[in-house]
Design a protein around this ligand. Sequence first.
Ligand code: SF4
Ligand code: SF4
Length: 123
Amino acid sequence: MTASDVDLELPAGSRDPAKARRAAVDPARPGEKCRAPAARWAPAIDRNKCEGKSDCVDVCPYSVFELGTLSDVEFDALTTLGRLKARRHERRTSRTPRAEACRACGLCVVACPEDAISLVLRP
Ligand code: SF4
Ligand code: SF4
């Protein structure tokens, strides 16, 4: 962790620390700046918007995300525009296999170029 990470209260662990630092200073960054207990919040991905560009994978300090491929059922559930986009990006999409590790830093929300991620309180 560098001195500037400490200033930003940014935990180590992001795959792309420079991208994570840029996201950390975005005024639109939501969440609890990593102060939330694990599993209080989780990222929700809008499959109609996600294009599998992997910025969320790059910035998350807790390795919540990995890239995957839309199943036929998920593809069929998309809107017409979502299907057009999905065909263009070979059905790549982001998964959250470690969602319970999320600490609500909000980095993924502002890093996503498709505005596809929101943070939701878990029941
Ligand atoms: S959710 Fe956003 S940042 Fe993550 S893979 Fe999809 S488009 Fe990329
Ligand atoms: S808000 Fe959660 S899922 Fe998103 S980057 Fe931060 S820890 Fe990862």
